[in-house]
Design a protein around this ligand. Structure first.
Ligand SMILES: *[C@@H]1O[C@H](CO)[C@@H](O)[C@H](O)[C@H]1NC(C)=O
Ligand SMILES: *[C@@H]1O[C@H](CO)[C@@H](O)[C@H](O)[C@H]1NC(C)=O
Ligand SMILES: *[C@@H]1O[C@H](CO)[C@@H](O)[C@H](O)[C@H]1NC(C)=O
Ligand SMILES: *[C@@H]1O[C@H](CO)[C@@H](O)[C@H](O)[C@H]1NC(C)=O
Ligand SMILES: *[C@@H]1O[C@H](CO)[C@@H](O)[C@H](O)[C@H]1NC(C)=O
Ligand SMILES: *[C@@H]1O[C@H](CO)[C@@H](O)[C@H](O)[C@H]1NC(C)=O
Ligand SMILES: *[C@@H]1O[C@H](CO)[C@@H](O)[C@H](O)[C@H]1NC(C)=O
Ligand SMILES: *[C@@H]1O[C@H](CO)[C@@H](O)[C@H](O)[C@H]1NC(C)=O
Length: 613
């Protein structure tokens, strides 16, 4: 093995001379979060502004947040949870930015009605954002003193977690590297704030301004994967669909199928379950969004899917509860049956891309404040978008992203969506680790088992679901002999990998060779990174049209009196609490204007803000 690695190393160093070989992996929290999951979250540290002092000793907080969204990274201050002690408000940790900071008042008029999230006034500011020991200074952040979640029943709870921004889209240029805000008091100068993966890219620590994300599943103890500047190739199976929008893509169809063995339904498959208002199957635009929990789909679609399942629409919670006493329930959620989502082919491809979400992942749990005790629910959430809001779309949230890989190269304006593998077997997580860079201009990514012939999807679920014996005379299901073949392949594979398994390499024999490349790659990367750090040149981004990425910002003297909009936090909150709060606060200090980015002028962040989708 060592000699193979050495060979690969030299091969790779030839291949990569002149390139920076690097990506950045974001660590996941051990904790999981409800009340409608539970879900995984990533670990970050927010706060700090002193480059000379250890970040841990500066004001700040270690918090868990959902990866998702653009522009600002959001955190929850203590005051936001005062009224919501009934809920998991701020369960991922709270952060109270120090009282005097370059805050910019921000007034989004609405946040996301697909999960009842609303926010009334927030502050944008620049402070340290530290992930896995790497601090980006003056990172673009939002603190939300007034925010809550109104569940479909009307019950209100606090916001559970903040969010880690995955980048930023510039409608003109594709990639937006930083944000620049004016302040009403010109002597304070402009505020430039950084976006974490953009800064790493500018500093040449990652090869591209991109991310690759798979949420995994808490039920199956299957950790998530989030990489900036790359992705874990072993989290993507089959053909990948692509689209230009950061999150919105056409959904062609929804179906039900069974991956192997007999069907727990009285049919082997169904298509045409995506219904809008009529009974005719249709296609719709959906927003694929890790910040929202459910499958927020047209009511008719949920009704149609539910008609095949042992679920009841609960009039109190307004969710579909599984009928856990119906034997069909256990049969379905422990079988290889799945809900399928069909998307158009990726660029240059001709086949539709179908992402299968096993029902095993759709046995989720509602908890307080939605229900009084843990309740199994099916996460189809009947949702009607707001026709007045062009960004309001049906959504495929975390429930879907348990089974799907999503990634984006902001610069090439390409989002990738593909099938993610199941939890894995024989002590291997998923199909292993094949961390792979995304190159600067990449608009395609590679996946495993593109033609499906290796049956890696089924293999990754082995041991987690139970295939039923084929019903006699079912003509279209795969046969039991086929299954026998698969399991012997799996057994052979795991035997062959016993050495590699120590290094956390994948399970399947065909993967082993590629996985070894991954190991060589990592070793190499470490060396290369050191060298690159030594040679680090000033950031040059000529191809991105950077007339002036960093506007000169006057450093204001500490003795300068704080302006209106730099009110201490408490004041700001108190102000909001009176009868016509927002107007008076906002009028006294001009609303923030996002001047421009490194490329083009941007619209004001408080109206029709694409990042709020
Ligand atoms: C960091 O923030 C603190 C609190 O606002 C402030 O007193 C200090 O001057 C700042 N330090 C730097 C280096 O900006
Ligand atoms: C929830 O938050 C919104 C926005 O701040 C606010 O208008 C609403 O009154 C809050 N609802 C409750 C019940 O607190
Ligand atoms: C802030 O940015 C604007 C737009 O680029 C510029 O005109 C202005 O001079 C800047 N102000 C300061 C104080 O740098
Ligand atoms: C779905 O129905 C809504 C509400 O009637 C309508 O506004 C929308 O255009 C429909 N979408 C499609 C794709 O038919
Ligand atoms: C459904 O999920 C709950 C909570 O994770 C779990 O306890 C239960 O065993 C699951 N049911 C089945 C049949 O898998
Ligand atoms: C893609 O799916 C749609 C909807 O199911 C179907 O009408 C179309 O024929 C499919 N296209 C291909 C190339 O399979
Ligand atoms: C990406 O494209 C730009 C031109 O748009 C080019 O200057 C740059 O070298 C390309 N990067 C790589 C790694 O090929
Ligand atoms: C952060 O931004 C402020 C201006 O808003 C600037 O004075 C300071 O030097 C920046 N800090 C770092 C570490 O870049």
């Amino acid at each position: 093995m060592i000699s193979i690695n050495l060979l690969l190393l030299s091969y790779l160093s030839l291949l990569h001379t002149g390139f920076v070989d690097a990506f950045f992996e974001v660590p996941w929290s051990e904790s999981t979060y409800g009340p409608d999951g539970p879900w995984h979250a990533v670990k970050i540290r927010v706060g700090g502004n002193d480059t000379e002092t250890r970040i841990e000793s500066q004001e700040g907080a270690n918090i868990d947040v959902y990866p998702g969204g653009q522009f600002e990274t959001w955190s929850i201050p203590t005051v936001a949870c005062k009224e919501y002690s009934n809920s998991l408000c701020g369960a991922g940790g709270l952060y109270d930015p120090e009282e005097q900071y370059d805050g910019i008042l921000y007034s989004p008029n609405k946040a996301d009605d697909s999960y009842g999230f609303s926010v009334e006034g927030a502050d944008i500011f620049g402070r340290g954002l530290t992930i896995a020991g790497r601090t980006v200074w003056n990172a673009s952040q939002i603190s939300t003193p007034l925010a809550n979640i109104t569940y479909p029943s009307g019950r209100v709870g606090g916001v559970v977690l903040g969010r880690l921004s995955l980048g930023a889209n510039d409608p003109e240029k594709g990639a937006q590297l930083s944000q620049v805000f004016t302040q009403s008091d010109i002597t304070l100068g402009n505020i430039t704030v950084n976006i974490f993966p953009a800064k790493l890219y500018q500093d040449k620590e990652i090869q591209s301004y991109s991310y690759g994300l798979h949420l995994g599943s808490t039920t199956f103890n299957y950790p998530g994967s989030l990489i900036f500047g790359g992705y874990n190739k072993a989290r993507v199976i089959g053909h990948v669909t692509t689209f230009e929008d950061p999150q919105i893509h056409k959904l062609l169809d929804i179906g039900i199928g069974v991956e192997e063995g007999g069907s727990p339904f009285d049919f082997s498959s169904q298509q045409g379950l995506l219904l809008n208002d009529t009974t005719t199957p249709t296609s719709i635009d959906v927003n694929i969004d890790p910040l929202t929990p459910y499958l927020s789909l047209p009511g008719k679609t949920c009704e149609k899917i539910a008609s095949f399942l042992p679920v009841n629409f609960d009039q109190d919670t307004k969710f579909y509860h599984w009928d856990v006493n119906d034997p069909k329930f256990e049969q379905i959620v422990s079988s290889p049956a799945y809900l399928s989502f069909t998307f158009p082919p990726g660029t240059g491809d001709s086949a539709n891309v179908t992402i299968k979400v096993p029902f095993a992942l759709l046995n989720l749990t509602l908890d307080r404040p939605i229900t009084d005790k843990p309740t199994a629910y099916f996460p189809c959430h009947p949702y009607t978008p707001d026709p007045a809001d062009e960004f309001s779309k049906p959504r495929l949230g975390r429930a879907f992203l348990q089974a799907a890989f999503i990634g984006r190269n902001w610069k090439s304006r390409t989002t990738w969506l593909g099938q993610a593998p199941g939890p894995g077997s024989n002590g291997v997580v998923g199909l292993g680790e094949m961390k792979t860079e995304i190159q600067e201009n990449d608009s395609t990514i590679e996946s495993l088992d593109e033609d499906g012939s290796k049956k890696l999807f089924a293999m990754s679920w082995k041991g987690h679901w139970t295939a039923a014996a084929d019903k006699p005379k079912t003509s279209d299901g795969p046969s039991n002999t086929n299954q026998g073949k698969e399991s012997s392949t799996a057994a052979a594979a795991s035997k062959g990998m016993s050495t590699g398994a120590k290094a956390g390499i994948g399970v399947a024999v065909p993967l082993a060779a590629i996985a070894l490349v991954g190991v060589g790659f990592l070793l190499f990367r470490r060396r290369q990174k050191k060298r690159d750090q030594a040679n680090a040149a000033p950031t040059v981004l000529s191809e991105m049209g950077s007339q002036q990425q960093y506007l000169p910002v006057d450093s204001h003297s500490p003795s300068h009196p704080p302006s209106h909009h730099q009110k201490p936090y408490q004041d700001y909150y108190a102000h909001k609490a009176d009868s016509s709060p927002m107007n008076s606060t906002l009028n006294s200090s001009l609303p923030p204007q996002e001047l421009h980015t490194e490329s083009e002028p941007q619209e004001m962040p408080d109206r029709g803000d694409p990042r709020m989708r």
